[in-house]
Design a protein around this ligand. Structure first.
Ligand SMILES: Cc1cc2nc3c(=O)[nH]c(=O)nc-3n(C[C@H](O)[C@H](O)[C@H](O)COP(=O)(O)OP(=O)(O)OC[C@H]3O[C@@H](n4cnc5c(N)ncnc54)[C@H](O)[C@@H]3O)c2cc1C
Length: 373
């Protein structure tokens, strides 16, 4: 039952009727005003509607360009898009993996652990921890990975690179991981610290494929490698890059994780090319929920990910509006994962940037629910 104050009273009904009366008088007044100005004072017939008046070509509304008045036939002339299929509630949810970076300060360490604790109930297939340029985070990566093993229910994967290190140094790091019970490595070439052209260390593993083979000699690690739907910037050609991916998988890797991409069609065509090249291992899409467009655009220029104009348009004007930016970010990533899911993809790798909220929401959209502790 409604509380007494919300019940319509005789007075309020009267008031409403009075407002309606005012509105109708306003309607008549506006019609008179518009018509007397546009048609030399002639009144339109009683069937004339506001739309007729406002659509009068001699007096388009001031903001006509911003609010085009198209008709139903106009709407139906263009291409038709069906909606993405609804989530199949009976299908198993996709397998997720989350990527973190090792923290530099105590505050960042707290942020990382809050992120890990928030995402842990989603029971990802694994979580991975990056390795800084040239091994600059060697100890911090190791500490983070071993803490994940000892304090959580998660299965960690440690990233490891070849750049600026001898084979002995890299092997030593790998053995420490094996001894600490870490059985999954993300094997990478890495980039030159501070930028510049890559040259293999004279006593090091030259490329990621060499590292994969070296790791397999140390222990029977599960190994993931990197893939580039838009081709790695150093590759001689897309075909050459694909040959390199195949070499890494033939050397013992069981999955590839892609660099992030915004054009989902590029990734789907890349899968076709992988299959045609004889690759059957999963090429897991790397998803980066963009929350800072300017930063993402800068980073994309360095790692060869193209930034479509539509994405820039989506974020335009949100620079000082973090709340809208986050909603846009969630919408963009949600649309991307739903499209991928509709195309049969059932594994996703999230670049979390140590922030859980967008990843958590997108996982939810994919049908992933937290498990009770
Ligand atoms: C999922 C993912 C995670 C990442 N994590 C990290 C990280 O933790 N730390 C980090 O520093 N970086 C990381 N990176 C970035 C990565 O290190 C760089 O993109 C790097 O430039 C390439 O690494 P790769 O393992 O793909 O190299 P590779 O597979 O070795 O390929 C690098 C380039 O060399 C070419 N190439 C390969 N073999 C040969 C050959 N024999 N002769 C000539 N050319 C050859 C390839 O075509 C390609 O262009 C990551 C990237 C991804 C996608």
């Amino acid at each position: 039952m409604l509380p007494a104050t919300a019940m319509p009273t005789h007075d309020s009904a009267q008031l409403f009727k009075q407002h309606l009366g005012n509105f109708m008088r306003f309607d008549q007044w506006l019609r008179r005003l518009l018509c007397s100005r546009s048609r030399g004072g002639r009144l339109p017939s009683h069937s004339t509607t506001y739309k007729d008046v406002f659509m009068n070509e001699t007096h388009p509304p001031k903001n006509a360009a911003e609010h085009p008045q198209s008709s139903l036939p106009d709407w139906l002339r263009g291409p038709r898009f069906a909606g993405l299929p609804a989530l199949d509630a009976t299908a198993a949810p996709p397998a997720l993996s989350f990527e973190f970076f090792p923290p530099r300060t105590e505050a960042l360490e707290n942020q990382l652990w809050a992120c890990i604790r928030r995402l842990e109930p989603l029971s990802p297939h694994f979580v991975s921890v990056t390795y800084g340029a040239g091994g600059s985070t060697r100890e911090r990566t190791h500490q983070t990975v071993t803490r994940i093993v000892s304090e959580t229910s998660l299965t960690p994967a440690a990233h490891l690179t070849c750049v600026a290190s001898t084979r002995d140094e890299v092997d030593e790091v790998a053995r420490r991981y094996w001894d600490a019970g870490i059985r999954h490595i993300v094997a990478l070439r890495g980039d030159v610290p501070g930028g510049g052209a890559y040259a293999p260390h004279p006593d090091g593993y030259a490329y990621a494929s060499d590292l994969v083979a070296g790791l397999k000699r140390i222990g029977d690690f599960e190994i993931s490698v990197a893939a580039y739907a838009e081709t790695h910037p150093d590759a001689l050609s897309p075909e050459d890059d694909l040959d390199n991916l195949k070499r890494k998988l033939d050397a013992g890797a069981t999955r590839a994780i892609t660099n992030y991409f915004f054009d989902t069609g590029v990734y789907l065509r890349f899968l076709d090319r992988c299959l045609a090249a004889g690759i059957t291992a999963p090429i897991v899409p790397g998803i980066m929920p963009v929350s800072n467009f300017a930063q993402a655009a800068k980073f994309s220029a360095m790692c060869g990910a193209s930034v479509p104009k539509w994405l820039e348009t989506m974020f335009e004007g949100t620079e000082d509006d973090p709340e809208t930016r986050r909603m846009v970010a969630a919408a963009v990533a949600a649309e991307q994962v739903r499209l991928l899911r509709a195309n049969g993809i059932d594994q996703f790798h999230f670049y979390t940037l140590n922030r859980p909220d967008l990843t958590y929401a997108i996982a939810h959209i994919l049908g992933v629910r937290p498990k009770a502790p």
